[in-house]
Design a protein. Sequence first.
Length: 317
Amino acid sequence: MSKKTVVITGGAGFLGSHLADRMKLEGFRVICIDNLITGDVDNISHLFGSDDFHFIKHDVTNFIHVPGNVDYILHFASPASPIDYLKLPIQTLKVGSLGTHKVLGLAKEKKARFLLASTSEVYGDPAIHPQKEDYWGNVNPIGPRGVYDEAKRFAEAITMAYHRYHGVETRIVRIFNTYGPRMRLNDGRALPAFVSQALNGEDITVFGDGSQTRSFCYVSDLVDGIYRLLMSDDPNPVNIGNPEEITIKQFAEEVLRLTGSKSKIIFNPLPEDDPKVRQPDITLARTKLGWEPKVGRSEGLKVTLDYFRQKLHSQAK
């Protein structure tokens, strides 16, 4: 029997590349599509040469042609860190709208199951805590972060429209802060910023007074949750993330301890519309998917620190 085929858009990115590994492990033929605007072929180079892996350099906001059968589509194409979507606001809006429309069109044509990578950012600066899937969010549509938040909110809306109107099998994952190997050093998010600053002996930059909270999920846990959701039968959004909450200041101190760095923590003004709290309610994931995170933060951070050290060392050569 021939292998089932999965298409992963944004497949050369941090999460997309880890999903490519998992889908290969599960016995799928994997097609990665990425325009490399924020992705990196280094993330998937270990898969080149395999008969069951194909890479297509393409912008999914344009018409997508994939020959042959496609069984599953994971739509992960999008700038995903503040540094990226503030620098690429139009591209971020286009991939969330036009790109999602094109990829859903491919899913409809191929009769493939479609999974959308949404985000905790659909909740905006939340008025309820922790965040449950039935919360509609508190988003500033015209603020600088709105380009990402509203792109993902639109992507969810069109995904549900294709499900209801065209009968496309759809799944929506709302991803909370995730970390692990293959994150970019200059990603702009708290973890890579703190780690690269600490390892380089630079001051660690905390925005605001550091009292805002985040919850960090290790990438292998997230990928497992996404795989379970893909194989489930629920079209409604599901939070996947680690509910263990920590303040940004505590997190900076933890990075200093783990790296043994002598860096100082300095405080800069809080960016506009920066969420003050972020913690997933994962009751749905626990009950419907039998999923919860297994990797503790100290364990995950050790692996991630080793990866960043190697990257910095190879860049210094």
